[in-house]
Design a protein around this ligand. Structure first.
Ligand SMILES: [Zn+2]
Length: 598
C-alpha cells in the first residue's frame, strides 16, 4: 500500500504541469545570478530553482545570513501568527544602524519588501535571499550604500506551512507551495482597512515604526497567458489618491525598472487583468485598487506602494530571477529618485481634500495599448458546455488592445473637518492608531455648534460572509444635532492631518472599505427595548389628540399607503417612533462629523 502511494505521488510530480499551456523557451542573462555552491547558497539554488524552503529552513537561512554579516544584518520578530509562529523581518543597513530613528536619519531611503502575503506566491522570499547573500558576500556591496532594506520573507507564515503540490493549479512551481489564506482562512490582502489579522497588523506597526519610503508587495498572478513574466503596478496617476507619488513612480521609477529587467532577459509589463477570461481581445480591465488591498491602502495613505504580480505560468526559477532583477531595479530607481519621491510624499501629506472619491467603476470607453500576447484559440468544451480558450504558446503582438480603466466616479463623499468618536469605540481608535492616524482624546466637553449625524434610511446585509464578515451597504440621511454630546473621553480625528483621505475612507460609513461597511457597527441595527401594545395604544391616542399635525400625518399615511394601512405592525411602529420612548440611537451611525472648523 505504502509503495504504491509513493509511486502515484511521484508520477503526479512529473506530470504536475502537463495541464498548463505550453511554455516559450527562456534563457535570460539573469541566470548568471545563480550560484551552485559556495557561501550561503540558497535552498532554492540547491534545488536547481525548483523548490522553496519551508518555515524552519527559512528561519535557519535568515540566521545564517545574519551570522555571516552581523554588522549590517539583523533579524527581528515583528509579530506572531494565530498558530503561534513568529513573523520575522530582516533589517539590512550599512554601518549597523538598526534603530528606527537611526534608519530614518542616515539620509538613505528605506525600502520595505514583503513576500508571501499569499503564501503560495513566494517568489520574493527566494529572490531576496539571493540578493541579501550577494550583499553579505560582498558581491553587491553597492546596495546598502544606496538604501536601507526591511525584508519580510514570509508574511503569511501559517499559510506557508499548509504546504502542498496542489495548492495552486495555475502556477508553475515551486514544487511545494503554501496556501493563499491564513490559518483563519482570511485573505491578508483584503485586510488593510479592517485589520482583523495579526499578520497585517504587524506590517502596519513596521510601517509606523520605520516610515519606509517605498513598500513592495510581491505576488504571483493567475489569469490570462501572455509574454510578460514580471508585471507590476500601482494606482495610475489619473485615478490615484496620491497622484504626485504615482507620477514619480510612472515617470521616474518604471523606466529604470523596465530597462533593468529587459537587459537581464525578462519581459516587464503592467498588471494584467482581462474583461473576459474566455476572450482576451475584448480588452483588459484597468483595475484601481481600493484600500482593502496593500497597494490601494498605500495609495490612499500616500505611501508609495508597488504591487508585483509575477506571471504564474512562467517557471519558478525564471520568476525568482525576475524578482531579483526587479528589486535591484527598484533599489536603483529609489537611490536616484528618492528626493523626487520624498517631495511627492510631502505634497500628498499636506493635501487635505474637501471631497473624496470612494468608489470607481469601469469606463465604458476604452483606451488602447500595445500588448505582448500569446496566441489562443476558442473551442466548444463538452465539459463546460461553453466556449473555452486554449493558449498555444506562440507570441502575438497586439498593437491596439482596448483597456477599460476604472476611472468612472461611482461615489464621492464630502470630507468633514473632523470626526468625533464616542469613548465606547476604543477598538476603532486602536485601529486608527495602527493606520498611523493621529487621534486626540478630548479632556473637556466640546461645545460644537455644527455637528452632523448620519442615520441609516435603508440598508442591506451581504447574503454570505466575505473575509469572515457580513458586510453592509446603506443609504443615509443627515441629521443636524442641536446640542453637542461630545464630552470628555470622546476622540477627535481631524482630517487636516497627513492621512486625511485614509481618515475619511475609514470613518465615512458610505465608503466601501470603511469600518462601517465591513460590519464594525452592526449593533446599531439592533433594537433592544420594546413596547407593549396595551401601553402604546392609549399613549398614542393621547399624543394624536394633543397634536393635530401628527394626527393628520397619520391619517394621510393610512390613506396613501395601502400596505401601511393593512399592517397593524407598521401602524404601531410609526406611532411608537413618534413617542419620546423610542430608542434614539437606533440606526444612527455613532461617529459624528463636523463640516466646519468649530
Ligand atoms: Zn497574491
Amino acid at each position: 500500500m505504502f509503495m504504491s502511494l509513493g509511486i502515484v505521488l511521484l508520477s503526479a510530480t512529473l506530470n504536475l504541469n502537463s495541464h498548463l499551456p505550453p511554455l516559450q523557451p527562456w534563457q535570460g542573462a539573469s541566470l548568471s545570478l545563480l550560484q551552485q555552491d559556495g557561501l550561503l547558497t540558497t535552498d532554492f539554488e540547491l534545488s536547481s530553482g525548483e523548490s522553496s524552503p519551508n518555515y524552519e529552513q527559512t528561519n535557519a537561512f535568515m540566521k545564517r545570513l545574519v551570522a555571516a554579516n552581523p554588522t549590517q544584518f539583523q533579524s527581528i520578530k515583528i509579530g506572531e501568527s494565530d498558530q503561534g509562529r513568529d513573523i520575522n523581518m530582516l533589517l539590512a543597513v550599512e554601518d549597523s544602524q538598526f534603530s528606527p530613528a537611526m534608519m530614518k536619519n542616515n539620509n538613505k531611503p528605506t525600502l520595505l519588501i514583503q513576500a508571501g502575503i499569499h503564501a503560495g506566491e513566494i517568489d520574493g522570499k527566494d529572490a531576496m535571499f539571493m540578493l541579501l547573500r550577494d550583499i553579505a558576500t560582498g558581491k553587491r556591496r553597492d546596495i546598502l550604500s544606496k538604501v536601507n532594506i526591511l525584508f519580510i520573507p514570509i508574511l503569511n507564515v501559517d499559510g506557508h506551512e499548509r504546504r502542498s503540490q496542489f495548492n495552486r493549479i495555475n502556477q508553475r512551481g515551486p514544487l511545494a507551495m503554501g496556501f493563499r489564506t491564513n490559518a483563519q482562512n482570511l485573505n491578508l490582502n483584503r485586510d488593510y482597512t479592517k485589520l482583523d489579522t495579526p499578520e497585517v497588523r504587524s506590517v502596519l506597526k513596521v510601517i509606523n515604526d520605520f516610515s519606509p519610503s517605498l513598500y513592495v508587495d510581491v505576488h504571483v498572478t493567475d489569469g490570462a497567458d501572455y509574454q510578460y513574466d514580471i508585471t507590476y503596478g500601482f494606482n495610475p496617476s489619473f485615478a490615484s489618491d496620491a497622484p504626485a507619488i504615482a507620477k514619480v513612480l510612472e515617470e521616474q521609477f518604471s523606466p529604470v525598472i523596465n530597462d533593468k529587467l529587459t537587459k537581464q532577459g525578462h519581459i516587464p509589463g503592467s498588471l494584467v487583468f482581462v474583461m473576459n477570461k474566455r476572450n482576451l481581445q475584448q480588452g483588459l480591465a484597468g483595475w484601481v485598487a481600493s484600500p482593502r488591498f496593500s497597494n490601494g491602502w498605500g495609495d490612499i495613505k500616500g505611501l508609495p506602494t508597488i504591487l508585483v504580480e509575477n506571471h504564474s505560468l512562467k517557471p519558478y526559477k525564471q520568476r525568482v530571477l525576475g524578482t531579483y532583477v526587479f528589486i535591484d531595479g527598484v533599489i536603483d530607481a529609489l537611490s536616484k529618485q528618492h528626493k523626487a519621491l520624498e517631495k511627492a510624499i510631502e505634497t500628498e501629506r499636506h493635501f487635505y481634500p474637501t471631497e473624496l472619491v470612494v468608489e470607481r467603476g469601469y469606463s465604458p470607453k476604452p483606451d488602447y495599448i500595445s500588448f505582448k500576447g500569446i496566441k489562443y484559440k476558442q473551442f466548444d468544451s463538452a465539459l463546460s458546455g461553453h466556449q473555452e480558450v486554449k493558449y498555444l504558446g506562440e507570441a502575438i503582438e497586439y498593437d491596439k488592445l482596448p483597456i477599460y480603466w476604472q476611472k468612472e466616479i461611482k461615489m464621492k463623499v464630502q470630507v468633514p473637518h473632523a470626526f468625533y468618536i464616542p469613548p465606547q469605540y476604543g477598538a476603532i481608535v486602536e485601529k486608527l492608531s495602527l493606520h498611523g492616524i493621529e487621534v486626540t482624546k478630548l479632556l473637556e466637553p466640546q461645545d460644537l455648534k455644527t455637528l452632523t449625524q448620519l442615520k441609516v434610511t435603508s440598508h442591506e446585509f451581504a447574503k454570505k460572509p466575505f473575509e469572515g464578515r457580513f458586510r453592509v451597504s446603506a443609504e443615509f440621511e443627515e441629521l443636524q444635532l442641536k446640542e453637542s454630546p461630545v464630552t470628555k473621553g470622546w476622540y477627535k480625528v481631524s482630517t487636516q492631518q497627513p492621512y486625511s483621505e485614509l481618515v475619511t475612507h475609514l470613518l465615512h460609513p458610505a465608503a466601501p472599505d470603511s469600518f462601517f461597511a465591513w460590519g464594525d457597527f452592526l449593533s446599531i441595527f439592533q433594537r433592544t427595548e420594546y413596547v407593549e401594545n396595551y401601553a402604546l395604544e392609549p399613549y398614542a391616542r393621547k399624543m394624536l389628540k394633543e397634536s393635530p399635525k401628527l394626527a393628520l400625518a397619520f391619517d394621510k399615511r393610512i390613506s396613501e399607503d395601502s400596505e401601511f394601512a393593512k399592517s397593524d405592525e407598521q401602524r404601531l411602529e410609526w406611532l411608537y417612533e413618534k413617542t419620546p420612548y423610542y430608542d434614539q440611537a437606533y440606526l444612527k451611525y455613532p461617529i459624528l462629523m463636523s463640516y466646519q472648523r468649530n
